[in-house]
Design a protein around this ligand. Structure first.
Ligand code: NDP
Length: 287
């Protein structure tokens, strides 16, 4: 019999939120470590976000995840924003320290952890090319910049959006980030160590779509990463595999943002293998 019947609460707030799989891996982790914690996946409309955060405080919840459309709006209701989340300009995780709610962003950190843990690649000193300039790209470019990547090239369909992101992040991180226009198939140069698709090209249901890139000039060790996790085996990763290039799928980023969230909330090491298996099972992906 447990010493206490009180459960600790964490949640994901979003709209729509029903297809967000993070709760499955967090619940599996709580069970594996026999923690009396619950992860609730809750639909919160934008007009109710303020009340929902008041609820987090009233219930003494340990933390939350935020997804579409709350990642920016939530910032005004928090007591502190972590440095990288402030640079990214979005919060996907909140942790509670005493009575204070602190905003974090674990998307880019999750990507980086996957890079190091699953692909065995440290971006320090390498040249990275990131396709896209949306929320995922912003988080990934910020963490690559803070991790000492030698050069980051952002390539985006809409130049104004890409240029604005690059100007903002270069000023805030003092890292060598620059923009290149995307016309036709982007030729990946042999100097590139890491290529990341942070666009939504290839996302279900457009699973036959592939970002227009020419991989023929890539060096043999160039790591090809995709942020798209549904499906995890994208056409880009398939094309890279056929050329013998190492790959990292979007499930790694998804699992590790959850791993980092678990660690921020509970203060314990996350059971990574349990979380990975739970996520793969929930998404119907072979182990
Ligand atoms: P956004 O809507 O913020 O950005 C979308 C980006 O994709 C933009 O740069 C957009 O370019 C580009 N894009 C979309 N369609 C095309 C196209 N046909 N041709 C060229 N460029 C295109 O989305 P997010 O940044 O939030 O998400 C991007 C992807 O990352 C999604 O697939 C999402 O599921 C995934 N993701 C994965 C995570 C993980 O944990 N694995 C976490 C977060 C996101 P433009 O500016 O020109 O419109």
């Amino acid at each position: 019999m447990p010493a206490s019947f009180k459960a600790e609460l964490v949640a994901c707030f979003g709209q729509p939120v029903a297809e967000n799989p993070t709760g499955v891996m967090q619940e599996a982790a709580f069970r594996a470590l026999q923690l009396n914690w619950r992860y609730l996946t809750v639909e919160v409309p934008p007009t109710k976000l303020r009340d929902a955060i008041a609820g987090v405080r009233a219930f003494g919840m340990q933390g939350i995840n935020l997804t579409i459309p709350h990642k920016v709006a939530v910032m005004q209701y928090l007591d502190e924003i972590a440095k990288d989340a402030a640079i990214i300009g979005a919060v996907n995780t909140v942790r509670r320290v005493g009575d204070r709610l602190i905003g974090e962003n674990t998307d880019g950190k999750g990507f980086l952890r996957g890079l190091r843990a699953d692909a065995g690649v440290d971006p320090r000193g390498k040249r990275a090319v990131v396709l896209g300039a949306g929320g995922a790209a912003r988080a990934i470019v910020t963490e690559l910049a803070l991790a000492g990547t030698a050069e980051i090239v952002v390539v985006n369909r809409t130049p104004s959006r890409g240029e604005a992101m690059v100007a903002g992040l270069a000023a805030k991180t003092a890292a060598p980030i620059r923009f290149e226009a995307w016309s036709g198939a982007y030729p990946v140069s042999p100097a590139t160590g890491i290529l990341v698709n942070a666009t939504s090209i290839g996302l279900y249901p457009d699973i036959d779509a592939m970002p227009p890139v020419d991989l023929r000039g890539a060096s043999p060790g160039m790591l090809v990463c995709d942020a798209v996790f549904n499906p995890p085996e994208t056409r880009l990763l398939n094309a890279a595999r056929q050329l013998g290039l190492p790959v990292l799928d979007g499930l790694a980023m998804l699992v590790y943002q959850g791993v980092i969230g678990f660690e921020l909330w509970t203060g314990q090491s996350a059971p990574e293998a349990v979380m990975k298996a739970a996520l793969r099972e929930a998404l119907g992906v072979a182990p």
